[in-house]
Design a protein around this ligand. Structure first.
Ligand code: PLP
Length: 431
């Protein structure tokens, strides 16, 4: 079974992390932080336990009036809008465009009110959204422009200088993972200083707890090679579990009660040491291999398009351009929920662990406090983002997949999707 997503960290990094978590005498925290700052391409990065920690801390530092509005692109992980609301602000989502996975600039412009304070753009699936038009709008209306690059890190990257804030995640399933950690580039001295003083009051996450996380991911990495994963999936099925659900539940960070107490911690020294090490040795060869695989897959797909791929794709495995997309994950949008389900089922029969599950969800607007007069229809719906979530299938791209594997996956996808387009009347396309 080609697993849906391999964690992007090597055995030697995991062993290093185990050692600093459990065995070595306390490594030097300040040393790790200054190493990170030295490798990071821009001055003064704020290093947090996670992007969610940093984002929450930033919102505690901005001093906007309660009820201020934060405009957000309409598809992201649900904790991000939750954090906005917890800080007393209102979430105003804007729908995204299927071709670009970005909100339309006009739609953002329409969402701006005198209460708007910030615009959060999430770069999804590894693809970078050009920020220029959003930066122009933000400047005109005095909004803080925040880019969420949690899914789009590659080496030597600290975000776009025209954003006020750029956020990068090194959480367990992210590129170049340190099994945790977030780096925020805050291009405003005042906010950055306030964030530092708030974070300094947080308790420190313990090295031992971090070590337990390292052990968990050692196990996951061991189990995610092609053979083990196949055995494990069969075993889970025999035992009556749904492997799809089990695997997707493994990736959940900060699960359990009291979310805010969990994110409001400083990273452990072990995490900082691992993060410094990961930044120092970015695996650009692995990234290039993945981009080449995505290009090949893209080239072989007929009616489906990989999110993040440009319109011109080439057969060659040699053309690699990471400025377009890092292909952190490779979803395709099928025609409807039913064909998405069929595609997952057929790929699974041929040893490809594709999935419709992701941590993303459609952003819901903050409802007006206690005003039953407002009907549900007045609450903005995001038809495109909702439809994408229904129809999206994440195709696995694993190190070790050959051209023949990619072509086989594309053939299955082409077959399933052309069949379902004949069966389903086009009127039903948008449910
Ligand atoms: C993963 C992710 C985050 C959160 O990152 P953490 O470091 O895990 O808090 C935020 N936004 C998006 C779009 C993500 O994919």
């Amino acid at each position: 079974m080609w697993i849906r997503k391999q964690i992007e960290i090597g055995w030697s990094d995991l062993l290093f992390a185990l050692n600093v978590s459990f065995f070595s005498r306390l490594p030097d925290r300040r040393n790790a932080l200054s190493l990170i700052a030295k490798i990071w391409p821009e001055n003064d990065p704020v290093v947090s336990l996670s992007v969610r920690t940093g984002f929450d801390c930033m919102l505690q530092s901005v001093r906007w009036p309660t009820g201020s509005e934060v405009i957000m692109s309409g598809l992201t992980i649900p904790d991000m809008p939750r954090i906005v609301e917890r800080n007393g602000f209102r979430v105003v989502p804007v729908d995204i465009n299927e071709a670009t996975m970005a909100p339309d600039v006009d739609a953002v412009a329409r969402a701006i009110t005198p209460y708007s304070k910030a615009l959060v753009i999430a770069h999804l699936f590894g693809k970078r959204i050009p920020l220029e038009p959003f930066a122009e709008l933000a400047k005109k209306h005095n909004l803080l422009l925040i880019e969420d690059c949690a899914q789009a890190f590659s080496a030597g990257d600290s975000g776009s200088s025209i954003a006020n804030v750029s956020m990068f995640s090194f959480g367990p399933i992210k590129s170049s993972t340190a099994l945790g950690g977030g780096i925020l580039q805050i291009r405003d001295d005042e906010i950055r200083n306030r964030m530092r003083s708030i974070e300094s009051t947080y308790p420190q996450h313990s090295n031992r707890k971090f070590g337990r996380r390292v052990l968990k991911y050692l196990g996951i990495k061991a189990a995610s090679n092609r053979r083990c994963a196949g055995l494990l999936f069969s075993a889970l099925r025999v035992a009556g579990y749904n492997p799809d659900r089990v695997v997707s539940s493994l990736a959940r960070g900060f699960a359990g009660s009291d979310f805010f107490a969990r994110i409001r911690q400083q990273p452990s020294t072990a995490l900082l040491s691992l993060l410094a090490r990961r930044l120092q040795s970015f695996d650009s060869l692995a990234l290039n291999r993945r981009i080449a695989q995505a290009n090949r897959l893209s080239y072989r797909l007929n009616n489906l398009r990989l999110a993040g791929s440009s319109s011109k794709v080439s057969e060659s495995l040699a053309t690699v351009d990471s400025s377009e997309s890092t292909y952190w994950v490779t979803p395709v949008c099928t025609r409807d929920a039913r064909s998405a389900q069929q595609l997952v089922a057929e790929l699974s029969q041929h040893g490809f662990d594709a999935t419709r599950r992701s941590s993303l969800s459609v952003v819901e607007p903050t409802r007006p406090a206690k005003s039953p007069a407002i009907s549900a229809t007045q609450i903005t719906a995001l038809p495109v983002a909702s439809s994408i979530v229904d129809r999206m299938v994440f195709l696995p791209l694993c190190d070790g997949m050959q051209v023949s594997d990619l072509d086989q996956m594309a053939r299955i996808a082409n077959r399933v999707c052309s069949r379902s387009s004949q069966n389903v009347p086009s009127l039903l396309r948008f449910e």
